[in-house]
Design a protein around this ligand. Structure first.
Ligand code: PHE
Length: 457
């Protein structure tokens, strides 16, 4: 199939821009509030080795599948499937991606909003003067107004960046903020690992303990790798459609995966040694997510000399990590509304942001006034989180690799990633083999297991 020229379609202007945007999507709350604890609790270095193996052998091929679909079709996630597989039901995979984006953003923006509240609480000094941090979090998250306001602030910032377009919005924003994020994390890492007693945490993090590794741990490593790379819902198809035709896609995917993994490891070095240094509790009893960042880490900041500064930096960087992910998810929906339904970028951004916010507010309120409202035993937030992160993303990733391996076919895939045979690498065939045979089996196993085993993805 002939590839269309980029024409007047907006696109990333530089290689660094592509990496900043895609790594911005990948580096998110998952890297900071989940990866460090999940790694430490599940065999440290052993989990890390499994994780890195999955990133290289499954994550990069899936990411490359998404980039190649998007860049070949030069369209949004839905339109790409319609164009590359006309008159077949494959466009439904695109529809699934759009729905997943909608669902993920509605709860992810709630959580991103919480980071703003904690930034403000750190700045005003309230956080470090609170004795009961558990109550502080439950009072805040169940409040009917404050979390809603913060969520709307996050959606507004996200909307404004996306409204700016690819070059002038997303690329500009992520090109500035991703380096800032990396520097701030490195700064906190230096403080954390030089605390007295920190080395115990470093050892716990890196020394492999294979005795705790079982089937579930292996699935968790793969699930975390997939979520962390933002694959499975068309974010990278959409971004792929803005990548220029001469970009070396395999190199780009590898650089993005490397950055994401590097930041996850840095985030672990920021969080774990500090927890050990101040002995704020037993690591095995801590739960990843809000409990870690809003209840445990403030104890660390309270105990640390100059803790206010580190608290402010930490919540700021958490918020930046979340925002560079939320913009990538909103762009999935906006590109769809723009290209498939003919709205201008402005209208598409407004419609997408407002409708996602409506669902998002319901998710936020499920910690307070709507906490008694359950659907299949879950609150609205719980259901959106479970359905999108555990089920829709994994099935999405599965269908995407099956599409590339079995429908798009080898010649088209190789043509796309080699830029029309201009680039040569013996790895291309290996990657295609993984996409066709290995990735579907591996992802298929987690997709089924995620339905039954809690805590995998
Ligand atoms: N990768 C992001 C994180 O680690 C989450 C995400 C998933 C963002 C899917 C976009 C799409 O937090």
């Amino acid at each position: 199939m002939a590839t269309l020229p980029s024409g007047n379609r907006d696109s990333f202007s530089s290689k660094f821009g592509v990496i900043a945007a895609a790594a911005g999507s990948a580096v998110g709350l998952g890297n900071i509030w989940r990866f460090p604890l999940v790694t430490t609790q599940n065999g440290g270095g052993a989990f890390l080795l499994l994780y890195v193996g999955f990133i290289i052998f499954i994550g990069i091929p899936v990411m490359l599948s998404e980039f190649s679909i998007g860049r070949r079709a030069q369209l949004n996630a839905f339109g790409s499937f319609k164009k590359l597989a006309p008159k077949t039901p494959w466009y439904l995979v695109g529809s699934l991606g759009i729905i997943t984006a909608f669902a993920i953003l509605s709860f992810y923006s709630a959580v991103a909003g919480w980071t703003l509240e904690y930034l403000v609480q750190s700045l005003t000094g309230k956080l470090l003067h609170t004795d009961d941090l558990v109550k502080n979090f439950s009072d805040f998250s169940s409040n009917p107004y404050r979390p809603v306001v913060w969520q709307l602030v996050i959606m507004t910032i996200t909307g404004l960046v996306v409204y700016g377009g690819i070059k002038k919005g997303i690329e500009k924003f992520t090109k500035i903020l991703m380096p800032v994020l990396a520097i701030l994390i490195a700064f906190v890492v230096i403080r954390s690992v030089t605390l007295p007693g920190a080395m115990k945490g470093v050892r716990y993090l890196f020394i492999p303990d294979w005795s705790v590794v079982n089937f579930k741990t292996v699935l968790m490593a793969l699930g975390q790798a997939a979520f962390s790379l933002s694959v499975g819902m068309g974010t990278l198809i959409t971004y792929g459609s803005y990548i220029q035709k001469d970009n070396h896609l395999l190199k780009t995917a590898s650089q993005v995966a490397f950055t994401d993994t590097f930041i996850a490891i840095l985030a672990s070095l920021m969080v774990i040694p500090a927890i050990f240094a101040f002995s704020v509790g037993s690591i095995d009893q801590m739960s990843p997510g809000p409990g870690l960042v809003f209840e445990v880490l403030p104890l660390v900041f309270k105990a640390m000399p100059g803790g206010v500064v580190f608290a402010v930096i930490f919540f700021f960087l958490l918020c930046v990590a979340a925002l560079t992910s939320t913009i990538s998810v909103l762009e999935v929906v906006v590109a769809y509304l723009k290209e498939e339904l003919g709205f201008s970028r402005g209208k598409a951004t407004l419609i997408a942001s407002v409708s996602i916010s409506v669902l998002g507010v319901l998710a936020t309120l499920s910690f307070g006034v709507l906490s008694g409202f359950h659907i299949i035993g879950k609150t609205i937030f719980g259901l959106l989180d479970f359905a999108s992160a555990n089920i829709m993303l994994t099935f999405g990733a599965l269908l995407i690799v099956v599409f590339v391996g079995w429908k798009l076919k080898k010649e088209n895939f190789l043509d796309e990633i080699s830029n029309g045979a201009k680039l040569k690498s013996s790895l291309y065939r290996v990657v295609f083999f993984i996409i066709k045979y290995i990735a579907p089996v591996a992802i298929g196993i987690i997709a089924v297991a995620a339905l039954f085993i809690k805590g995998i993805t």
